[in-house]
Design a protein around this ligand. Structure first.
Ligand SMILES: [Fe+2]
Length: 193
């Protein structure tokens, strides 16, 4: 289940909301102008699917979002754990890329077809951590300060939507805020208890 955790942005020790209720998460995010949808997970994708295989499996929903939001590019990627040391190195580098607070000029729409990842939205004077799981679509509005943690053993398949093909650029704020809040591994462990 998706998990939403909210803290004051200056007090990572005080949780003001923690919920796994899909409807509550959706309405909380809607209030912030953040789109959140839950799609039925399509079974049967191979462990390391191609972009085409993922897009074909979710064609109907993908087309609907593209149509509604005017996206011109859609692709899918996966992070699939391996014991290869080179994989660990690549995974650590991929994790680090968007682990500090940043913004984009475009919306950041992500659908998780498998696995999980956490988007931290820094909006107003709160931090909203959305622990996304398979079936979740989250759209981070353009210019929203946020960061993303895929954890130390990234495992997910995600669909990405783009309004142009200029590449995905992060404008980093230089704030250390991301390092002050519980990371992916900590949130994942807190759920297992
Ligand atoms: Fe981002």
């Amino acid at each position: 289940m998706t998990l939403l955790t909210v803290w004051p942005d200056n007090d990572p020790g005080t949780v003001v909301l923690r919920t796994e209720d899909g409807a509550e998460i959706q309405s909380e995010l809607k209030r912030l102008g953040v789109r959140f949808e839950r799609w039925d997970v399509v079974p049967g994708l191979p462990p390391t699917p191609t972009s085409e295989e993922v897009l074909a499996a979710y064609r109907e929903n993908v087309d609907r979002v593209v149509e509604a939001e005017g996206y011109v590019l859609v692709d899918a990627m996966h992070m699939t754990p391996s014991d290869d040391p080179a994989w660990r190195e690549n995974a650590a580098a991929a994790r680090k890329k968007f682990l500090a607070e940043h913004t984009h000029d475009d919306d950041e729409d992500r659908f998780f077809a498998r696995g999980s990842g956490v988007f931290y939205l820094h909006i107003g004077d709160h931090v909203y951590a959305v622990f996304c799981e398979a079936g979740d679509l989250l759209s981070v509005p353009a210019n929203t300060t946020h960061w993303f943690d895929m954890g130390t053993r990234p495992d997910y398949v995600s669909v990405r939507f783009f309004h142009d093909d200029d590449g995905w650029v992060g404008n980093f704020t230089g704030s250390p805020i991301a390092s002050l809040f519980p990371d992916y591994d900590t949130l994942a462990a807190s759920r297992a208890q």
